[in-house]
Design a protein around this ligand. Structure first.
Ligand code: ADP
Ligand code: MG
Ligand code: MG
Length: 204
């Protein structure tokens, strides 16, 4: 069964944009605590640009929508998160290229996104970054016969909470070392909104 079409890929971007807009202040506050306080702005503006782009372009495949999103994020988001999310969407796009996106292709796409994030950001699991959430989602998809989004979103939320007691060793938060403890990672939170938006749009 095809789970991601051109229209659904566009809707995914719109649902992400809505969430980044609605939670802009929350993401900014999280980044104020352990970073430079721009994550909400980066995400709201970045996905606003993505939606403006995909709304005015016609695409032959879901892969092409994601590629367009990736390029826009890389070009328009100044912070670390722009190139990182850009890489994640680009790797997903490459995994989907020329294929009908069924659950198997989709799982591979998530795996490739996770590898891309690691290659780009050099973060390992447990370093208090968005990588933690993506890695746990990939693990969950690998291990479980997934029927719906419930378990995936629970894994995301548990992982966000796990980042709270970690000391950051990558990104700006790593400047604070032990003092980064006690705050959840902003990029983990925005990654949750990306998966929550996906759950809104596609049936597994
Ligand atoms: P910046 O830190 O440049 O201001 P943002 O505030 O938009 O960029 O994004 C910060 C988020 O990016 C962090 O919360 C973290 O999840 C993620 N991040 C930062 N550096 C890395 C890295 N090297 N690998 C993975 N994720 C990272
Ligand atoms: Mg920041
Ligand atoms: Mg910044």
């Amino acid at each position: 069964m095809i789970i991601l079409t051109v229209d659904k890929a566009k809707d995914w971007m719109k649902e992400i944009q809505k969430r980044m807009f609605d939670h802009k202040d929350q993401l900014t506050e999280l980044d104020q605590a352990i970073g430079d306080g721009d994550h909400g702005i980066n995400m709201a503006r970045g996905f606003h640009e993505v939606v403006a782009k995909v709304n005015h372009t016609s695409y032959d495949s879901a892969a092409d929508v994601l590629k367009s999103a990736a390029m826009t994020l890389m070009a328009k988001v100044g912070g670390a998160s722009g190139p990182l999310y850009g890489t994640a969407f680009l790797k997903m796009s490459l995994a989907m290229q020329g294929k009908e996106v069924d659950q198997k292709v989709f799982k591979q796409a998530i795996n490739d996104a996770v590898e891309g994030l690691q290659a780009r950001g050099k973060a390992d699991f447990g370093e208090k970054t968005m990588y933690d959430v993506w890695k746990q989602v990939a693990n969950f998809l690998q291990e479980e016969d997934v029927q719906d989004w419930h378990g995936i979103l629970e894994v995301c939320q548990a992982t966000i909470e796990d980042t709270r007691e970690m000391a950051a060793t990558k990104g700006r938060a790593s400047y604070l070392k032990e003092r980064s403890k006690g705050h959840v990672d902003p990029g983990s939170m925005s990654s949750f909104y990306i998966f929550e938006a996906l759950a809104e749009v596609i049936d597994l």
